[in-house]
Design a protein around this ligand. Structure first.
Ligand SMILES: [Mn+2]
Length: 431
């Protein structure tokens, strides 16, 4: 682990939240992610399944958690299966977790080896009628690859057809949405690393550099400060590339008098941050770039004011759209005629602002939770309006991470420069 141990009280609290919502005649099973094959004998870097991490803090592959809400003693309500550490594996891959270490990290006292899972699980299942199984239910996920959880579901259906299978995902989503103070601490740390990386990188940007050189400076800072790396593929998009929403090639040369849109965030202890800023490639913004920039900044401010407990993303997003529409009129990109004659379901602003304004943030950058969830203290959302003018090569998006509290909201990226003057000062701070 690249971060100081997280108190296992967090994982205990997380398990208790899930256990409380399960009927006592049920059990729940959560599997780790697979090690995903790359080519030859290589795997992609392993990232733990967010739900398994949330419930255990264990980052190791082939880990399985079984929850037993009906058990009499607290200690018996969770069983964790880990791979057995063997010298022939450890010679290549380094030390694997011992039972004691797994217990310390997770706070679970019943630790078993994974190769005994099927025998022990069949025994556990004999006394229970209902099995809650996990699944990634993100509506935007498109994949042909079946997860360990889904493959396990197939086995249960085949071998134990009399058992009733239920969905665990809605319960986990409910729990993961509301962050514990420890989780907010980790997201804040990720945001702080991201902020410092931005501040230390921007003075070094010069026309003639490649986009990936900016990425390299950010990555260096992330790794030096304990982040595991990027929470998502960073977007370092100069000129027209700033209008491609998910541009991640980062392979172009930076031109004079242009802009670079940077959408990036450190991942710390498996928690994400997600920031977007736009900088001029020369020492100052042009007049037009400033106009568009300040338009988006106003929308960001107006939207942020609307983010509070009791509202939903869908609700305040409507306000964002109206703000963007107004700015587009002021920028001369739309006319009132365009708006009056827009088709139902195809508003005129969509040409320049085509994405949602918020998503939840947590263990995943696009964390669990739908846009009609009523916001509560402890939830964290992004706020990221944008205006993209492809034919001018100007795409501006500004993004902060917003924590909902009892007394309003807190911008976790508050110290990251965002005013035109702040950005220009930073650009010029080396000379
Ligand atoms: Mn975002």
């Amino acid at each position: 682990m690249k971060y100081p141990a997280i108190s296992n009280q967090l994982f205990k609290k997380n398990r208790e939240k899930v256990l409380r919502q399960l009927p006592s005649n049920a059990i729940a099973v959560v599997h780790s992610n697979d090690q995903m094959p790359r080519n030859g004998d290589l795997f992609f870097p392993f990232r733990q399944h967010s739900d398994l991490f949330y419930l255990t803090g264990i980052e190791q592959e082939k880990t399985i958690l079984v929850l037993l809400p009906g058990a009499k003693n607290e200690d018996e309500k969770a069983v964790l299966f880990i791979i057995e550490p063997k010298p022939e594996i450890e010679t290549w891959e380094g030390k694997k977790l011992s039972k004691t270490q797994a217990q310390e990290i997770s706070g679970i006292t019943q630790i078993e080896f994974e190769h005994t899972f099927h025998i022990l699980f069949a025994k556990i299942l004999q006394q229970h009628n209902v099995v809650y199984l996990n699944k990634n239910e993100n509506p935007r996920l498109q994949t042909f690859v079946k997860s360990r959880d889904e493959r396990f579901k197939r086995i249960i259906r085949k071998r134990f057809p009399e058992k009733q299978i239920e969905r665990l995902a809605p319960i986990l989503t409910e729990c993961r949405l509301r962050k514990e103070p420890e989780e907010i601490g980790l997201i804040t740390k990720a945001c702080d690393i991201t902020t410092k990386a931005f501040v230390s990188t921007i003075p070094h940007v010069k026309p003639g550099m490649y986009e990936y050189e900016i990425e390299a400076l950010l990555t260096k800072h992330f790794l030096e400060h304990g982040a595991s790396g990027h929470a998502f593929e960073p977007i370092i998009a100069s000129g027209t590339n700033s209008c491609y929403l998910h541009y991640t090639k980062n392979s172009n040369t930076i031109q004079n008098d242009s802009i670079v849109l940077m959408d990036f965030g450190a991942e710390y202890a498996n928690y994400a941050s997600d920031a977007t800023r736009v900088i001029p490639t020369s020492k100052t913004f042009t007049t037009r770039q400033k106009q568009v920039y300040n338009a988006v900044l106003r929308v960001l401010r107006q939207t942020t004011q609307k983010i509070h407990a009791g509202t939903t993303i869908l609700e305040y997003q409507e306000h964002t759209k109206l703000c963007v529409q107004e700015e587009l009129l002021q920028l001369g990109l739309l006319t009132s005629h365009d708006i009056m004659h827009q088709l139902h379901g195809k508003p005129a602003y969509l040409k320049y602002f085509m994405h949602g304004v918020s998503h939840f943030i947590g263990i995943d950058t696009h964390d669990v939770g739908s846009k009609d969830v009523i916001l509560e203290p402890g939830m964290v959302v992004s706020c990221e309006p944008g205006i993209y003018i492809a034919n001018e090569g100007i795409g501006i998006r500004l993004e902060n991470d917003i924590l909902i509290t009892n007394t309003g909201n807190i911008n976790l990226l508050e110290s990251m420069p965002i005013e035109i003057e702040e950005i220009e000062d930073l650009r010029n701070s080396l000379t």
